[in-house]
Design a protein around this ligand. Structure first.
Ligand code: AHM
Ligand code: MG
Length: 338
């Protein structure tokens, strides 16, 4: 008989593997599932309620128009996680500065970075979107956290993962001991273990990149993509292009099926703290890899909250092939903050 396990049971089990654990991380991740259930509920009803689809009048820190559902997800996470009692500070893709925990009694020992609703441009057209999260231990002294708690390299994450609001709602997360996936049972309102010990294939047959940006790619990327399309030596079939334009959805598909996602330099778009580092931890824990072209994403030192980096992530064999194409002189480096 197959085992039945809720995400809460699973998180508790993971905690027991860490003798020093205090239960705070378990509680934090538990609160996060509550926020995600609220977001999932409203994403499901998006076409039915008039106040959820469409744009707000606000432009975010990246110059992008904030969608109503973006704002709703941001408010939900701030509300639920701000009162969880487990966080010292938060930082969001949607907020210029760090988000303090206003209630002193609700302050904890972790910092959380998140992208409340990744793939916003797809919200109005019913395409999968997601929430990405990254959790670090607080490293500064004092009760309230600050920017220094957020500006830690991905290698120091204690947990990371994402929720995907797709044909079903899933949570995929890691605390550094492999990757597990849970599917939300809408009847029970619980995330149930559906993908135990996820391992990504060593190599895939899919590449995911915005081909419309070809004129802006660095040379290594042009060379690599051309090789995927026309392997030349006849030993391989050309790869298939699959690009949703929703990072969580593109990443999730490639994680399960194998393949590579690229948002390369010299004009990277994706943000280190909210997108690249957490997905890099998931990829590595599932046996895959993530690089900027010069550095493993997990080792990049964040220079600022909204720093962007090239992201090449997926099956290890495919990422290695990409790195072979990186010419020494033309390597794309992590972009400065933008
Ligand atoms: P967002 O966080 O504002 O939604 O932007 C990030 C999204 C990713 O989900 C996706 O991979 C990428 O932007 C797509 O960008 P583009 O439209 O340039 O291909
Ligand atoms: Mg995003």
């Amino acid at each position: 008989m197959s085992t039945f396990k809720t995400v809460q049971q699973h998180i508790l089990e993971q905690e027991r593997l860490h003798p020093e654990a205090t239960g705070e991380l378990t509680s934090l991740l538990g609160s996060l599932t509550v926020a995600a259930k609220i977001i999932a509920r409203d994403v499901r009803r998006a076409g039915l309620t008039t106040n959820v689809l469409g744009q707000t009048q606000t432009v975010n820190v990246h110059g992008e128009t904030v969608m109503k559902l973006d704002q709703f997800a941001e408010d939900t996470i701030q509300r639920v996680m701000g009162s969880s009692g487990m966080l010292a500070v938060m930082a969001s893709e949607e907020s210029q500065d760090v988000i303090s925990i206003s209630d002193e009694r609700a302050r904890g020992n972790y910092a959380m970075m998140y992208d409340p609703l990744d793939g916003s441009s797809n919200i109005d057209v019913n395409v999968s979107i997601g929430t990405i999260f990254s959790i670090h231990r607080k490293v500064t002294a004092g009760d309230d956290g600050g920017e220094a708690d957020c500006l830690q390299p991905g290698r120091r994450q204690v947990a990371a993962g994402y929720f995907i609001y797709g044909s079903s709602t899933m949570m995929v997360y890691t605390t550094g001991r492999g990757v597990s996936g849970f599917t939300l049972d809408p009847g029970l309102g619980e995330f149930i273990l559906s993908h135990d010990s996820i391992r990504t294939p060593d190599r895939g047959r899919i590449y995911s990149i915005n081909e419309g940006n070809r004129n802006q790619w660095d040379e290594a990327t042009v060379t690599y993509i051309d090789r995927l399309k026309s392997p030349g030596d006849g030993t391989r079939e050309p790869y298939s292009l699959r690009y949703i334009g929703s990072l969580v959805a593109d990443f999730h598909r490639n994680l399960l099926k194998g393949g590579i996602f690229l948002y390369p330099g010299p004009k990277p778009k994706l943000r280190l703290l909210y997108e690249a580092a957490p997905l890099a931890m998931v990829a590595e824990q599932a046996g895959g890899a993530a690089t900027t072209g010069t550095t493993p994403v997990m080792d990049v030192e964040p220079a600022s909250l909204h720093m962007r980096v090239p992201l090449i992530i997926g099956s290890r064999g495919d990422v290695d092939d990409y790195l072979e194409c990186v010419d020494g002189d033309r390597r794309p480096g992590p972009d400065s903050a933008s």
